[in-house]
Ligand binder design. Structure first.
Ligand code: CA
Ligand code: CA
Ligand code: CA
Ligand code: CA
Length: 256
């Protein structure tokens, strides 16, 4: 028997609240980095509470097709949190979604599309107030040494604020982050500047997303993440100082 609708509504509301109750990493205080070497941070399946400012989603129902270009997937779908904790062998795992491969010599969190996990993704939560020139870099690692040999695209996207669609960052797109069959060696570094639209915002979402490819998908790890600002926006009184210096130069020039 179904429970009454009120608890269901409450549950949905609380779940929605939990998803958005993230710490938005303050980039003015330093870079957001993650290499997944702390393998106790993800200890329980689907529990991201030990990882600050990063969440993994299974990406259900984000596309109705196989082989969709993830650059064209800009919705958020069901926002179902996902991570299989303490995975051991990517080549032996056919489960779609997000998995922590903690037993590897170089631990990593990875995603793999499937008929259920249409577009699995990782989201990074940032507070960019006071900063500009924000760079994002990470390594996409083909972890899948099985016979699977998909064309595995990975896109980089962002969203400013808690609502609306994501926006694609074309320079961050990797058309195929995998190689195969029977190969788990390819590493594809991604390093791009985000557009100025993400500067000086309280809530910025940066998303790395793949999509269910034709045939069996390959596991792609997202490792060695670093999001940092290459410039701090001057405070208003500093602008005044800069403008004052300019006037002095102008005055000296006029006296010549
Ligand atoms: Ca790692
Ligand atoms: Ca773990
Ligand atoms: Ca492979
Ligand atoms: Ca597939």
């Amino acid at each position: 028997m179904l429970p009454s609708s009120l608890p269901l509504i409450l549950w949905a509301t609380l779940a929605g609240t939990a998803l958005h109750a993230q710490i938005f990493h303050d980039l003015s205080s330093g870079a957001l980095t993650e290499d997944w070497s702390n393998t106790s941070a993800i200890a329980t399946t689907d529990d991201w509470s030990g990882v600050a400012s990063i969440r993994g989603y299974r990406g259900d129902a984000l596309t109705g097709s196989v082989g969709t270009d993830p650059q064209l997937i800009v919705g958020v779908g069901t926002e179902l949190l996902d991570v299989n904790a303490n995975g051991t062998n990517p080549s032996g795992s056919s489960t779609g979604g997000v998995t922590e491969f903690a037993a590897l010599a170089d631990p990593v969190v990875a995603f793999q599309g499937s008929a259920t996990a249409d577009a699995p993704n990782l989201v990074f939560f940032l507070n960019t107030l006071g900063v500009s020139n924000i760079s994002v870099s990470y390594d996409l690692r083909d972890l899948d040494g099985s016979v699977d040999n998909s064309i595995q695209p990975v896109a980089l996207q962002y969203r400013v604020g808690a609502e609306g669609s994501f926006i694609n960052v074309p320079a961050g797109f990797v058309a195929d982050a995998s190689a195969g069959p029977d190969l788990a060696v390819l590493v594809t570094p991604v390093s791009v500047m985000l557009p100025a639209a993400v500067n000086n915002q309280a809530q910025v979402y940066v998303r790395v997303i793949t999509a269910n490819a034709l045939g069996n998908d390959e596991w792609i790890g997202v490792d060695n993440l670093k999001i940092e600002t290459l410039a701090v926006v001057p405070e208003p009184h500093e602008w005044a100082a800069v403008a004052g210096a300019g006037l002095m130069v102008f005055a000296v020039w006029r006296r010549r």
